[in-house]
Design a protein around this ligand. Structure first.
Ligand SMILES: [Zn+2]
Length: 295
């Protein structure tokens, strides 16, 4: 096992894609993305520069509309997006557009390659009740699911985060995102988070600012906190022993959310950290490696 460490990703400028008819002929557009090699399950940070002073930037990638924010630090516009686990390897289009000062539309498209991720398989042993939950817990599980569905659909229209996402705990990683989970010999699912090996009682901190949209005990998740970072980006903290925030709280980067533990479906005390974007789980490690402009 390895200790989670920041790695500096190398950014690369990609060759210019075909020009939209409305862009000035001498203009130079550029687009970069992190990570430079995208795989299914990866969060992505796009940075785009245009030769014109454009306003009303918007974009589209993998069928999702994405909003751009301007940054003086990079003289560029940047946006967060994600590649779902179900995305097949291939070439996809990033489309960006805005309006020039004189009201003309300007747009550009880039080809973005997505490769297949190679996620491992891991076998786990848990109490039988968490693999095939006993009948009397089914109503509870259904209630949890209804609550989560409600919470997942409530996200701020504006972006609430800024700068880098910091690790929620400084600890060894004990389980990676995307691995196939075999519980007591039965393949149940793919692991949709990043596990940190922390003993019970370790403070778990907010990687970035946002609003607490859930802080309550759930059957599988145990004591669970969810933060809304806006525009469909949520982060989740599972198996806590204690809450230090409540639903509705506005949290800042580094603020303690709770103490780690082993509540819910956990083989031992640990933190399960998950990142969800518009209904899809994404690799938290990649989120922690992104370098948003100005950070
Ligand atoms: Zn986990």
């Amino acid at each position: 096992m390895f200790l989670f460490r920041r790695q500096l990703s190398i950014l690369c400028f990609l060759p210019l894609a075909s020009f939209a008819a409305s862009a000035a002929p001498a203009a130079k557009w550029s687009a970069q993305w992190e990570p430079t090699k995208l795989v299914n399950g990866s969060p992505v940070l796009f940075r785009v520069s245009a030769p014109l002073q454009l306003t009303g930037w918007r974009g589209e990638f993998l069928g999702q509309e994405i909003s751009f924010r301007s940054s003086a630090a990079c003289h560029c516009w940047y946006a967060f997006a994600g590649v779902s686990l179900a995305t097949k390897p291939g070439a996809y289009t990033l489309h960006v557009e805005g309006k020039s000062k004189d009201g003309k539309d300007a747009s550009m498209s880039y080809t973005v390659a997505v490769a297949a991720a190679h996620y491992p398989t891991s076998a786990l042993k848990v109490a039988p009740g968490f693999v095939e939950p006993p009948k009397e817990t089914l109503a509870r599980i259904e209630e949890d699911q209804a609550e989560k569905k409600k919470v997942f659909s409530s996200t701020a229209p504006e972006t609430l985060w800024s700068g880098r996402f910091e690790p929620p705990a400084e600890a060894e990683v004990s389980g990676v995102f995307g691995s196939a989970r075999v519980f007591n010999g039965v393949k149940k699912s793919q692991h949709t988070g990043l596990d940190f090996r922390v003993t019970t009682g370790t403070p778990i901190v907010a990687p970035n600012s946002g609003t607490v949209i859930l802080a309550r005990p759930l059957y599988f998740e145990g004591n669970c906190v969810m933060i809304d970072h806006g525009q469909g980006l949520l982060t989740m903290y599972l198996h806590l022993s204690e809450f230090k925030v409540k639903e509705g709280d506005v949290v800042q980067k580094g603020q303690t959310l709770g103490l780690s533990g082993g509540t819910g479906r956990a083989t031992a005390p640990h933190l399960h950290f998950a990142v969800r974007w518009r209904g899809e789980y994404l690799d938290p490690r990649t989120l922690l490696e992104l370098h948003p402009p100005g950070s």
